[in-house]
Design a protein around this ligand. Structure first.
Ligand code: ZN
Length: 381
């Protein structure tokens, strides 16, 4: 059996919000192709799920309002496609089917995870901002919320973890009352970035009280902040909640190269998060781990980070930061993006930067401890 299922249908690249829009499916395609080129000669096969038909209206309606589905359907066929929200998310011809196909990819990933007990990776998924009644932040249908809801309705405990630079508001508020959904979200402080939510005091309500965990990082935070807080908070929360499935929204817009945010993660930080979550999924959830993509607006960052994530999930060794990227892939990058491809697998030496400092990390963890009434000791304590 393969170690990993990858969900990729080339029609995922139909999700195009326009030539000048920061979101492009090309960088996800490049991540998949880089992974494919790297594992081509491997001994352990990867399972490719490469024909994905759009999700049913019933599946979409499990999270979205019928009036909103009608609105997107009409916009999808309009001669002049309207905006689907206040300004960030334009409709485009066929947008209903494109967004529904992404949702189906997440469903297929989930089914694979449940049947096989090994990770699945859906780099085109992770549209975490969409709300039941509206599009938001480039997201038309909330594929991750639909998957989480399906598990929760089936009576399963699910942990949703989100490392996108933006707060995963659509998912968190969608399950704010649910005792079946543990939601842990690392993001840039909402006072400095869209959507302006995700404060430490937002801890859930009713049955969900204490199960929503928000980690807002100040602008400038990087690998030290991400890996330290992730390492202190996620393992104890997962060990006590014992989810049957873990869903990780792996947005890459916290990368230092991203033009839309002010975080400074690098491949080193992402690699560590990937290793940690894979080990935890094996420990607490019998390997049931679904990883989706998410935001990410710099093709060089998105393609390398997501390809590395796929390598980690498939149990393969990671290339060194200075290892060269394959030339045919670099030519493809140039074709698709019109910009110079990166030359190597990593960013080179970490950029000089001001760090938040260990005191600031301690202060943030202390704030979480107070809000959640739970201790997150340092591993050495
Ligand atoms: Zn984002």
């Amino acid at each position: 059996m393969s170690e990993l299922a990858v969900i990729w249908d080339d029609r995922f690249t139909d999700y195009r919000l326009g030539p000048d829009h920061p979101f492009t499916p090309e960088s996800r395609k490049l991540a998949v192709e880089l992974f494919r080129a790297t594992v081509a000669s491997g001994e352990v096969p990867v399972t490719w799920i490469d024909r994905v038909e759009p999700a049913s209206r019933e599946a979409l309606a499990s999270f979205h309002r019928p009036e909103y589905l009608d609105f997107v359907d009409a916009a999808s066929r309009a001669e002049v496609p309207p905006l689907l929200d206040g300004g960030d998310t334009p409709a485009f011809p066929g947008c209903y089917a494109s967004a529904a196909r992404v949702v189906a990819g997440t469903e297929r990933g989930l089914e694979s995870v449940l049947a096989e007990g090994r990770p699945a990776f859906h780099p085109a998924g992770g549209f975490h901002h969409a709300r039941p009644d509206r599009a938001s932040g480039f997201c038309i249908f909330n594929d991750v919320a639909i998957a989480v809801g399906r598990l929760a309705r089936a009576g399963r405990r699910v942990a949703y973890i989100d490392i996108d630079a933006h707060h995963g508001d659509g998912v968190m508020y969608g399950f704010y009352d649910s005792g079946r959904v543990l939601d842990i979200d690392f993001h840039q402080d909402g006072r400095t970035l869209f959507p302006g939510t995700g404060y430490t005091g937002e801890t859930g309500r009713g049955d969900g009280a204490g199960l929503k965990v928000n980690v807002p990082f100040p602008p400038g935070s990087g690998d030290a902040e991400l890996t330290t807080v992730f390492g202190r908070v996620v393992p104890p929360l997962l060990r006590s909640f014992r989810p049957e499935v873990i869903v990780l929204q792996h947005g890459v817009d916290g990368h230092v190269g991203d033009p839309l945010t002010a975080l400074q993660y690098t491949t080193r930080g992402y690699d560590e998060v990937d290793r940690t979550i894979l080990a935890l999924a094996r420990e607490v959830s019998v390997g049931r781990l679904l990883v989706t993509g998410g935001g990410g607006y710099d093709a060089a960052s998105v393609s390398r980070v997501l390809a590395r994530t796929a390598l980690t999930l498939s149990g393969r060794p990671l290339p060194m930061a200075g290892d060269p990227l394959p030339e045919p892939w670099r030519a493809d990058f140039w074709e698709r993006c019109g910009t110079q491809a990166p030359a190597t697998w990593g960013e080179g030496p970490a950029p000089e930067r001001r760090t938040a400092g260990p005191e600031r990390i301690d202060k943030l963890v202390l704030e979480l401890e107070e809000e959640l009434g739970q201790k997150f000791p340092r591993p050495d304590q």
